[in-house]
Design a binder for this molecule. Structure first.
Ligand SMILES: [Zn+2]
Length: 453
């Protein structure tokens, strides 16, 4: 299992494809399907279309993107899906919170302001650290096939901002769970730092750094009573493939027992305690065929299934279950979940970080500015990438070969010194951000109509 961190360098347009004149909304998290799509696009950019590569490479692509790898959702620091089993103060005047999945008190829970109300399973940010979440911009509709603007076609798109209130780049966290059958080369590819474009395809949005690490997540607590809290929509079906009727606890019990018992090493579900659920229709987009996928009835993120077991599943099995999810189309990001044995709690307000002015400058910004100011910005964009990729793949293979190229013969000594320092000491993610920022600086220059330096 890989812990994934994604750092955003540009606003993220995480909506659906533009349709009609209504503003295209954005999600406030990165669905697993979006992460998977971005990685597939990066793979294709690196090796070519799966239909045009050698058979072993094609198998690798299929194992990564059409096989048993589960791509979980990514949530920004300070944000989460509030489970539907949670009741809170209707007006948020007070901090009253009751998680019905673990509250055995009699009677209607209430606070001084009135009865408590359930949430809607939406992504919420905690406290003021979130800052402004959504920006809106108007674009010319571009014909995807020809890359030209369609006359008079404007659309308005919303995007999640990429900086929080104190100016720090937003980071998103989640996990990818590869199967044991994944070929080594494909697993190594998935475990490498790279730059991705999430969501919107234009140059002005979606640039992120993808940083995977072998998981350090502690296995969750276990017990006889376990709540499955969905963090992504799940497609749950009965044996004939029809959507499960969640009100029919017997059918739900049978289906979950079939799916979970083999994965929980002999722990069996004795009863389905209670279900808090919403439904939604989910579709998808098949990138290779450029066709929409069938629309299915899914159980929404935020839904909670409270299960009783005859014996506590092992913590490791629960962690694997959380990573790989439940239901159909798990490799597309459906069915991701967290397990819980205790009541949900409102996360603490994040520590107020140092204000933007007091923070040390991002070294990537300093490096990018330095590279740009040499006047060789475009050249560095082209030539730094292979070095970063080589380094990501073989940590420790640092060198300053770049500085020996004829192009840089006239480089000022202080630039040479700073770039030497960067090549030999900057962590890969800093180098990657440097490249992103340099590209942004260069693009800004191009947009002003200046010639390529
Ligand atoms: Zn209240």
């Amino acid at each position: 299992m890989l812990d994934i961190q994604v750092t955003a360098h540009q606003p993220l347009a995480l909506g659906v494809r533009p349709a009609g004149p209504a503003p295209v909304p954005t999600r406030l998290h990165v669905p697993g399907s979006v992460l998977r799509g971005a990685l597939a696009a990066a793979w294709i950019a690196e090796y070519g279309l799966p239909t045009k590569v050698p058979a072993n490479k094609r198998r690798e692509f299929i194992a990564l993107f059409e096989g048993d790898v589960s791509y979980g959702p990514l949530f920004a620091t300070g944000s989460q899906v509030v489970p539907l089993s949670v009741l809170r103060c209707k007006y948020r005047h007070c901090a009253a919170v009751v998680d019905e999945a673990f509250d055995d008190a009699e009677g209607e829970p209430s606070c001084a302001c009135g009865p408590l109300v359930p949430g809607r399973g939406e992504v919420e940010f905690t406290g003021a650290s979130a800052g402004q979440l959504v920006i809106q911009s108007t674009h010319l509709q571009i014909d995807d096939a020809h890359g030209v603007a369609e006359e008079g076609q404007l659309f308005t798109r919303r995007a999640l901002t990429h900086r929080d209130a104190d100016g720090t780049e937003r980071t998103f966290h989640g996990r990818i769970t590869p199967s044991n059958k994944l070929p080594d080369e494909a697993a190594a590819w998935l475990a490498s730092v790279r730059r991705l474009r999430l969501g919107g395809r234009r140059g002005t949005s979606g640039a992120v750094t993808y940083t995977p690490h072998p998981t350090t997540t502690a296995p969750p607590a276990t017990g006889h009573r376990i709540a499955l809290r969905l963090t992504a929509p799940a497609i749950l079906t009965d044996p004939s493939g029809l959507p499960l009727d969640l009100a029919d606890h017997q059918a739900l019990h049978a289906a979950l027992e079939d799916e979970l018992a083999p994965r929980l090493d002999g722990a069996h579900i004795t009863t389905v305690g209670r279900v808090w659920a919403r439904r939604e229709r989910v579709g998808g987009w098949h990138a290779a065929s450029r066709l929409p996928k069938p629309v299915e009835l899914a159980v929404s993120a935020g839904s909670v299934l409270l299960l009783h077991f005859d014996q506590p599943p092992t913590p490791d099995d629960l962690l694997t279950l959380a990573g790989s999810g439940i239901g159909l189309r798990r490799n597309e990001g459906f069915g991701a979940l967290e397990t819980a044995t205790t009541a949900w709690q409102q996360p603490a307000e994040p520590e107020p970080a140092a204000s933007g002015r007091d923070r040390a400058p991002d070294p990537a910004e300093t490096y990018a500015r330095r590279l740009f100011d040499t006047g060789h910005g475009a050249w560095f964009i082209d030539n730094l990438r292979p070095y970063i990729e080589e380094l990501a793949e073989h940590p420790g293979t640092r060198h300053i070969g770049l500085l020996e190229r004829p192009r840089l013969r006239q480089l000022a000594p202080e630039d040479r010194e700073a770039i030497t320092d960067m090549l030999l000491t900057a962590p890969v993610d800093v180098l990657d951000r440097t490249l992103g920022l340099l590209t942004a600086l260069h693009r800004g220059l191009m947009q002003k109509g200046n010639p390529r330096p």
